[in-house]
Design a protein around this ligand. Structure first.
Ligand code: C5P
Length: 223
């Protein structure tokens, strides 16, 4: 059978990563976390003294770091210039800076090319999660899913994930999350958006297992 390409988009805290990884593992497909790539380039910018308030400086530096993603859903990896970046890309500093970096067209165009190359070389197929996969990166995907959830549910999930890693109360998480989604949705180049032909799944009242089951069923109908 031909490789199946699945695009999973949506704001943060909708269970995108957990769902995408589990679905890819169940169906023996590759997996790509595109948010991790934007986080990785942001981490490099912060580590190398690039002024992230300055889009021109970001654009000039965009091509310098070499970002490599491992696509095994059981153990996804991300390196920057050969260095493991999995830990550093999840810090608060990177999370608050990433929207400014990902809004720069030069950054998007480089990362988008990288994503298309990775998706094109996945032999059995791939689950690609992000914000603009169905609209821009892979408009011909076999299946497009758009995950949503109420702001309360999303903040609660994020706080749960952060527990023990970084001190964060629910209200602060909710504010930061809403701010990042607003920035991602309002940027000029390739904003967070549901593709016209995407299936929208509201996960507010669903368990992770139910969301996984729902997406697996949708994919199986395409294979
Ligand atoms: O999914 P995650 O929260 O790790 O994404 C981090 C950031 O990367 C998003 O807030 C957004 O600014 C950017 N992003 C993007 N396009 C994608 C995936 C992520 O702009 N396809």
């Amino acid at each position: 059978p031909a490789a199946v390409i699945v695009a999973i988009d949506g704001p943060s805290g909708t269970g995108k990563s957990s769902t995408s990884k589990a679905v890819a593992a169940k169906l023996a497909l590759s997996y790509l976390d595109t948010g991790a790539q934007y986080r990785a380039i942001t981490w490099w910018m912060l580590s190398n003294g690039v002024d992230i308030q300055d889009p021109t400086a970001i654009a000039t530096a965009a091509g310098k770091p070499a970002i490599v993603s491992g696509t095994d859903p059981a153990a996804p990896t991300i390196t920057v210039d050969g260095q493991d970046a999995a830990g550093p890309i999840r810090t608060k500093e990177v999370t608050s800076a990433v929207s400014a970096v990902s809004a720069v067209p030069e950054v998007r165009s480089l990362i988008t090319d990288l994503q298309r190359t990775i998706a094109g070389s996945a032999e059995r197929g791939i689950v690609v999660e992000g914000r603009d996969i169905g609209t821009t990166v892979l408009p011909d995907a076999d299946l497009k899913i758009f995950l949503t959830a109420s702001p309360e549910a999303r903040a609660a999930r994020r706080s749960g994930e952060l527990k023990g890693k970084e001190a964060s109360d629910l209200a602060a998480t909710r504010e930061a999350l809403i701010k990042r989604d607003a920035a991602d949705s309002s940027r000029k180049t390739s904003p967070l958006a549901k593709a016209d032909d995407a299936v929208e799944v509201d996960t507010t009242e669903l368990t992770l297992e139910q969301v996984i089951e729902c997406v697996v069923t949708l994919i199986e109908a395409k294979i």
